[in-house]
Design a protein around this ligand. Structure first.
Ligand SMILES: CC(C)(COP(=O)(O)OP(=O)(O)OC[C@H]1O[C@@H](n2cnc3c(N)ncnc32)[C@H](O)[C@@H]1OP(=O)(O)O)[C@@H](O)C(=O)NCCC(=O)NCCS
Length: 177
């Protein structure tokens, strides 16, 4: 699946080093919640899980159009009865932040979720002070639905978290369906 700046592809075994580097980098993980300190074995296990995932989640590596691996995205907790899922994303290569890659990857996932999977609601949570992420989600039509007070303990402080979502009807309206 391809956007204007990125393509999404399935994970490969050889992606483990990049994943380990990203998710060991505090400048990246600081935006994802309490630290995790992953091992290479955990990243390899994640890739196996991602490759085997079926109805409950879809995991993708994000590549630039010229084939450079830059991040991780997808949807999880797919609920087929209520037709909803949680969106997640990390552009792990910090030098690629603020260049439109995250927004483009999100737009590709939105098309997958609504046009191909016929979901009705995409939701996500983000630290309230993650202004880059909030801006990226807002550009794609996500609306803030709630504030989870002191939801996440990061950098020695309890931090507020936004709950945001995009409904199919909003997506249809913005693309004139
Ligand atoms: C959040 C993330 C996915 C966004 O992807 P990205 O490619 O960096 O974002 P984009 O370039 O598509 O869009 C970022 C927007 O935020 C804006 N922005 C950046 N810093 C900002 C700030 N401090 N305040 C307000 N807006 C800001 C940019 O200017 C841009 O908006 P614009 O296009 O109107 O100029 C990516 O930065 C990332 O993975 N960060 C680390 C992990 C993370 O935060 N994951 C999300 C967890 S919920």
């Amino acid at each position: 699946m391809q956007g204007k700046l990125v393509k999404l592809r399935a994970y490969e075994k050889s992606d483990a080093d990049a994943l380990l580097r990203w998710f060991s980098d505090e400048e990246v993980t600081r935006w994802l919640g309490p630290p995790n300190f992953p091992s290479r074995a955990q990243q390899e296990k994640f890739i196996e899980l991602a490759q085997a995932s079926g109805d409950d989640a879809k995991y993708f590596a994000i590549e630039t159009l010229d084939g450079k691996l830059i991040g991780d995205t997808g949807i999880r907790f797919i609920d087929w009865k209520s037709r909803k899922a949680e969106f997640f994303i990390t552009i792990g290569e910090k030098q690629c932040w603020d260049k439109g890659f995250g927004t483009d990857a999100l737009r590709v996932v939105i098309r997958l979720a609504f046009d191909k999977m016929n979901l009705n609601r995409l939701w996500l949570t983000t630290l309230a002070d993650n202004l880059r992420a909030v801006r990226c989600y807002g550009k794609c039509g996500f609306v803030r639905e709630g504030l989870l007070r002191q939801e996440s303990f990061v950098d020695g402080k309890y931090r507020d978290v936004h709950l945001m979502a995009l409904l199919r009807e909003d997506y249809d309206r913005t693309r004139g369906a």
